[in-house]
Design a protein around this ligand. Structure first.
Ligand code: PMP
Length: 407
């Protein structure tokens, strides 16, 4: 894309302009956490320097300014996800807190002994363990739909796992290990035809694709700010209004009540009902700034750029003898996992770091997926909008070095 100038993007990321072990930093770990552009850093420091105060409570000027900036971030997230209304967006600590909230406040009261929660084999632990916790308490179980050898979720195979006892479905939008896109809209349609609500873990969706929760039709969608160029410790949950309205609070505290007395308390409506305590105010404002920044580039432009990087990486790495790619579905988003014959992924990661190349090695919080591919761990290169074809060349050169050293 002629209008897309990756060097101009890179120049906005102060952290990228450094050497690691004497080599230019090649940051290929954005699926774990993305770096932050100057506008986001500025939005956070501006808040603390110029108008920081607690929100929603004060009548003084700074509190009004902080509250307005905080609520503007909510409007931004709602627009970004195409949520019907800003009140459908709850600010939380991230994807993990969102799945725990839904497990506790939505799924737990509906779950009985023998019931099932359906996920897939490729889920992140934060989209498995919260369901296991409530399932264990209720004598229910978590069932995993299979994925193909290429790492895809087939709609028919998924639907075949839905039973009379399926009470809830929780699936990723994009796999954090394989980069696979899941057929979310089709799964939601099949689930709704059977009256089953669906949560989408959008932690890896939001950074790589334009998301429209109304088009997807899902009941819940959650993501983490830190993966979409915003601060860490902040994220959001979108929920369908009718469902949020019927859900009990997840945590009790200040800011989530209507009236408290020792005879009992009543609770505010969503989103406040689910936002107990003082939030990460500057972090939420930074999250809004990050989303505005990425929207200005355009998610379609980001997706096309990352798609080109991914295809090039798959092709180049695939040519290195002894490299096996894990997850070979077409149309992947920004993530490439691989293993090498006779080399532990940890050694790959260490040698690559010596070349200035930052990748993730390990199970990526997806141990059932490692079991599925019968590997203990993988090395994972993942892209952000700031990565270049030269970054991929550096990765491949470093992988060649690993091969050379391990002979
Ligand atoms: N789901 C997926 C697919 C992820 O990639 C991650 C982060 N690695 C999470 C959930 C959890 O996100 P967080 O740690 O920000 O809560």
């Amino acid at each position: 894309d002629a209008a897309f100038d990756v060097e101009a993007i890179r120049a906005q990321f102060p952290v990228l302009a450094q050497a690691i072990r004497g080599k230019p930093l090649v940051y290929l770990d954005s699926a774990a956490s993305a770096q932050k552009p100057e506008v986001v850093i500025q939005a956070v420091t501006d808040c603390y320097r110029h108008y920081y105060s607690n929100i929603h409570r004060g009548v003084h000027t700074l509190s009004e300014r902080s509250t307005a900036a905080f609520e503007r971030a909510r409007d931004t997230v709602a627009r970004f996800l195409n949520a019907p209304h800003a009140h459908d967006v709850i600010f939380l600590r991230g994807t993990t807190e969102a799945t725990n909230l839904v497990a506790h406040s939505f799924v737990r009261p509906r779950l009985h002994a023998g019931d099932e929660i359906l996920v897939t084999e490729l889920e992140h632990h934060s989209n498995i363990v919260p369901w296991q916790l409530v399932a264990a308490e209720k004598g229910a179980k978590v069932v995993a739909a299979p994925i193909s050898d290429r790492g895809e979720v087939d709609v028919d195979a998924f639907v075949a796992c839905i039973t009379e006892r399926t009470r809830f479905i929780a699936i990723a939008h994009v796999s954090n290990v394989l980069g696979t896109l899941l057929p979310v809209a089709e799964i939601v349609a099949a689930a709704h035809a059977r009256g089953i609500p669906v949560l989408v873990d959008g932690a890896q969706g939001v950074p790589h694709l334009a998301v429209d929760v109304q088009a997807l039709g899902c009941d819940f969608y959650c993501f983490s700010s830190h993966k979409v160029y915003g601060p860490s410790g902040v994220g959001a949950l979108y929920g369908r209004r009718e469902l949020l309205a019927g859900m009990p609070p997840y945590q009790g505290g200040g800011g989530m009540i209507r009236r408290v007395s020792f005879k009992g308390s009543t609770f505010a409506d969503a989103p406040e009902r689910f936002e107990a305590g003082t939030p990460d105010i500057a972090g939420v404002i930074g999250c809004g700034a990050a989303i505005e920044w990425v929207e200005a580039i355009g998610l379609d432009v980001v997706a096309a750029h990352e798609h080109a990087l991914t295809e090039y990486t798959m092709q180049r790495l695939g040519e290195v003898p002894g490299v096996r790619l894990i997850g070979t579905a077409p149309g992947k988003a920004g993530v490439v996992s691989f293993v090498m014959d006779g080399v532990h992924p940890h050694d790959i990661g260490t040698i690559l770091d010596g070349e200035g190349v930052a990748v993730r090695v390990g199970h990526h919080c997806a141990q059932p997926l490692m079991d599925r591919f019968e590997v203990p761990a993988t090395a994972r290169a993942s892209f952000g909008v700031y990565n270049t074809l030269a970054d991929v060349d550096a990765l491949v050169a470093a992988v060649e070095k690993v091969r050379h050293w391990f002979g």
